[in-house]
Design a protein. Sequence first.
Length: 140
Amino acid sequence: MREAFWVLLTLARLVRGRAPIKGAVSNLQRFSNARDSIGARRDYQLMRPLTVITGIVLGSSVSITVSLAAVLFIVLVLGDAHPRLDSEFGALINSLLIFSAMTVISGLSFYSLLIRHRWRGVAQILMWLGLAATGTYYWP
């Protein structure tokens, strides 16, 4: 725990342009050369830009899917009292299915990028095609 503190402090000082604290560099080096319980070297690397963008697409898809599911719940509860909501039910189901599929695809793509799986390129292509298809579906 103490070493993690020194690593964070050293990184913060490097980002701000200050010289690192004496001894902190060795802690940083020990942290980067850490090994797990079976002795294999762990790679501590920063998240790549494509992974960040994929995470943003995933977060957006999840939030839209959850919001549409909440609207669906409200429509199902209030459907009998407000008959005009019946005309919107089909479009709501279509949107929920589209964004549920986008959530699954972008989630798989994000996971494949994190673990550097060999099918991450295919998952990225599917995610960008899905995003383009979703955009063309909703474009006026």
